[in-house]
Design a protein around this ligand. Structure first.
Ligand SMILES: [Ca+2]
Ligand SMILES: [Ca+2]
Ligand SMILES: [Ca+2]
Length: 304
């Protein structure tokens, strides 16, 4: 059985465009693949580790780099000036420097004070509006398939966040796997009465959270984190590439068919899956999949 090496993701050995995902069914290829070197991201998913033999997922904490940014440079300059000058208050006072006098410019691609986001444009409906406020949250399906023994939903959530970090199409925020364990993904996503959920190419899926959990989507969640749209591989519940582990109904309710709370990858257990090409309730709850098989994950951006 192929092992899924999340350390590859974390060391930056993961390039979404290099993922193989065209294999079928329960075949053991097609997971996280490519090798690279640098991990540019700074946010760190929660640390967790799994120990059971095969297909272990290890998500280790990625140390948040406290950037040597404007704060350190300004403090060093102020300290140096205060060190050299013998006490003239104007030159050496550390409090004179700057904080926040420059007005933020929305659309310059830099998130500044007062901006919830800045995507470098003044377009609306793409997650960040012309006033640099969030106007949508993102939802996508992972480009790879996984065995269901994630160990818990938190690990799956962290995996989703990692996926988002690999692309410029998605905000570098926190994501939740649309997967129930002891809790529903709706509980982990946070309330969202106002913002639509959109695919990476900005296609709307639902107008807000209530609209997402009414068993009818505006568009299927068949787009992965790179924006690639996946087409059906087979009918119904026959192909892993069409399916995503959920253990969740299309109304956001917990299902107990969850591969023994996501620790089992044995054929005697089952997990509820949805089909990524569906817009009716089958998007989240289509059939029970053998836990020895693999499937994708749906990932939903957490309400900021
Ligand atoms: Ca800005
Ligand atoms: Ca925009
Ligand atoms: Ca709906």
């Amino acid at each position: 059985m192929l092992r899924i090496l999340l350390p590859l993701l974390l060391c930056g050995c993961f390039r979404p465009t290099g993922l193989k995902n065209d294999d079928t069914g329960a075949s053991s290829s097609g997971e996280v693949g490519s090798v690279g070197t640098s991990m540019p991201t700074t946010s760190s998913p929660t640390s967790s580790s799994s120990t059971s033999g095969e297909s272990s997922l290890e998500i280790t904490s990625n140390p948040t780099s406290s950037g040597p940014d404007s704060t350190s440079s300004s403090s060093s300059s102020s300290s140096s000036s205060s060190g050299t000058s013998g006490g003239s208050s104007s030159s050496s006072s550390p409090g004179t420097s700057s904080t926040g006098s420059v007005p933020a410019i929305c659309g310059n691609g830099i998130q500044e004070e007062g901006e919830a986001c800045d995507d470098g444009n003044d377009d609306n409906g793409d997650g960040c509006d012309e006033a640099c406020q969030r106007d949508a949250l993102f939802i996508f399906v992972t480009s790879s398939i996984y065995p269901p023994n994630f160990q818990n939903t938190q690990t799956a959530d962290a995996l989703c966040t990692l996926y988002a970090e690999q692309t410029t199409l998605l905000p570098q925020t926190e994501y939740v796997a649309w997967m129930s364990g002891v809790d529903s993904p709706v509980d982990r996503m946070g309330p969202n009465p106002a913002l639509p959920y959109i695919l990476p190419d900005h296609t709307p899926v639902a107008a807000n959270l209530p609209d997402l959990i009414d068993a009818m989507l505006l568009a299927p969640i068949n787009q992965d984190e790179t924006g690639k749209v996946h087409t059906p591989e087979a009918a119904s519940c026959m192909n892993a590439m069409d399916l995503a582990w959920t253990a969740t109904t299309a109304t956001g309710m917990i299902s107990a068919v969850n591969c023994d709370l996501w620790v089992s990858n044995l054929s005697r257990d089952q997990g509820l899956v949805g089909r990524i090409h569906e817009v009716n309730g089958s998007w989240s709850a289509l059939c029970n999949q053998n836990c020895a098989l693999k499937a994708r994950l749906y990932c939903v951006e957490k309400t900021p």
